[in-house]
Design a protein around this ligand. Structure first.
Ligand SMILES: [Fe+2]
Ligand SMILES: [Fe+2]
Length: 181
């Protein structure tokens, strides 16, 4: 089952989801699947992060009647930098990952997929305002700027909250099992 964080919708359900029809080819693409090999935030892989961003991008852009197709597709490709940024050492003179990966991802995407100007803007400028000179040109780009940060926060916080809740859940389970007086 393919799910975005915080959602119960099975994104692999070809019958039910319009979303799948927009990104189905990308979800089966070897390069996109390669992102499963790299951790991004905590235990969340780069692939899962991109899926989370893509799905919420799509939902929000659909709600506001923006280009939901570009939002979904560029969302899925926005972090296609294909290395482990935790261990990646910048070359001499190269800036840190946070400043460079959007451009690296865009170059990888352009080499392997056909993308529109809008999709290119979404990928290249998703790190605004960290990349302060990469000013979003489209409303869809502003959406990813927010969604990317929101998903990053969920991916970092939710697994930690789950860990903290484990002892409380165990106590709750024991209390439910204990005989009533
Ligand atoms: Fe990114
Ligand atoms: Fe991202």
């Amino acid at each position: 089952m393919l799910k975005a964080i915080g959602s119960k919708v099975d994104l692999n359900d070809k019958e039910l989801t319009t979303y799948y029809h927009l990104v189905g080819d990308l979800l089966e693409n070897e390069l996109v699947l390669k992102m499963k090999e790299f951790k991004h935030h905590g235990e969340t892989t780069c692939f899962q992060h991109c899926l989370n961003v893509s799905y919420y991008n799509y939902r929000i852009c659909r709600f506001f009647s923006l280009n939901e197709r570009a939002a979904a597709r560029a969302g899925l490709l926005h972090d296609l930098f294909l290395y482990d940024w935790h261990t990646h050492k910048p070359a001499k003179g190269e800036r840190l990952h946070g400043f460079t990966h959007a451009h690296t991802a865009l170059m990888n995407v352009k080499e392997n997929f056909y993308i529109s100007d809008l999709e290119s803007d979404i990928i290249e400028k998703h790190m605004f305002p960290l990349n302060i000179t990469a000013l979003p040109k489209y409303r869809e780009t502003l959406v990813i700027v927010l969604v990317d940060k929101y998903c990053g926060l969920l991916e970092t916080v939710i697994p930690r909250l789950k860990k903290v809740c484990v002892p409380f859940r165990r106590i709750g389970a024991r209390l439910r099992k204990a005989p009533q007086e």
